[in-house]
Design a protein around this ligand. Structure first.
Ligand code: HEM
Length: 283
């Protein structure tokens, strides 16, 4: 996309590599442009998607792949967006609660070697992760919680409440929170949290093909997603998940401030984007 362009492209942008255990389907990976349409009204979202596709086709683009997602029990608590995934766990607790911390982890800064136009934008990672839900549901809830390293409702296994930090240092052998559990590997140093902000959606394409569309934003791909993904190699959860698609994308800076629920708010506040785009394109 940036080849031959008059402005320099984002410095870190590259094809998403295949990580240990991935089985990427080339028909559902990478591509030049990612359009993510979200909202609370299914019909409005579908209309917006149809409009975006029509505009893309009219402009001579090819729509290569897409996937529908949803967020069960979608809500905001303590400043964080939460939702329940198909493994019955609530996700979102580990995200920062304040807008300043979200920006600190997610937004490209001046002085980090990126082109001027990219400052204030972000790098977005998408991973389509299929879940072995039947296998998972054979495990007891206690076993599932030891694999994730948190209770289904977010409480810590050492008894710390949701909004507080666990004491991993007091549990060096992982008797309470196993060393190969998801959260212990993802965020081992509680004073230096991972430099990314996550927001995932569930998907269900029928015939048992269910899972999550994992999204995260970070200002630095290597220090954000890639650092965490490498630490997760060999995690107990690996047996139940298979990444089948996704990619790396660069997000230009938004005119509005980035916020924990940027897409939701843009769609709700301005009607659906597709409508404005359609009028602009005379469709
Ligand atoms: C494969 C499917 C995945 C599932 C089912 C899953 C599920 C969860 C759950 C339930 C939590 C605890 C609640 C929370 O803090 O949100 C969590 C935390 C987290 N996950 Fe994942 N996750 C998945 C993939 C990933 C990936 C691919 C990454 C990044 C490479 C990642 C990074 C994190 C981080 C950084 C935390 C927060 C840890 C903390 O601060 O305590 N997860 N995940």
């Amino acid at each position: 996309m940036f080849e031959g362009a008059a402005v320099p492209g984002p410095r870190q942008l590259k094809l998403m590599p295949s990580f240990a255990g991935d089985l990427p389907d080339p028909m559902h990976s990478h591509e030049d442009v990612l359009v993510r349409v979200t909202g609370e009204d299914v019909v409005a979202v579908r209309n917006a998607v149809a409009d975006v596709k029509a505009i893309a086709l009219k402009a001579g683009w090819t729509v290569r792949w897409g996937i529908d997602g949803f967020r069960s029990e979608n809500r905001v608590e303590g400043g964080r967006g939460l939702a329940r995934n198909p493994f019955h766990f609530t996700e979102g607790f580990g995200n920062p609660a304040s807008e300043r911390e979200v920006a600190d982890r997610a937004l490209v800064r001046e002085g980090q070697g990126e082109p001027d136009w990219a400052v204030g934008g972000s790098y977005q990672v998408v991973r389509v992760v299929r879940f072995a839900t039947e296998l998972w549901d054979k495990d007891s809830v206690g076993e599932q919680e030891r694999i994730m390293g948190r209770r289904r409702d977010g409480k810590w296994l050492d008894g710390a409440p949701v909004g507080e930090e666990p004491n991993f240092a007091a549990d060096p052998r992982g008797r309470q929170t196993p060393l190969d559990s998801h959260v212990r590997l993802a965020a081992p140093d509680r004073r230096n949290p991972p430099l990314l902000v996550r927001r995932s959606y569930s998907y269900d394409r029928g015939n048992g093909d269910t899972g999550i569309i994992f999204f995260c934003l970070q200002r630095d791909l290597a220090k954000g997603f890639e650092a965490v993904q490498k630490r997760l190699e060999g995690e107990a959860l690996a047996k139940y998940v298979l990444t089948t698609g996704g990619g790396y994308f660069s997000c230009p800076p938004a005119r509005r401030r980035l916020d924990r629920r940027p897409q939701l708010e843009v769609v709700r506040e301005r009607g659906w984007h597709g409508g404005a785009l359609r009028r602009q394109q005379g469709l």
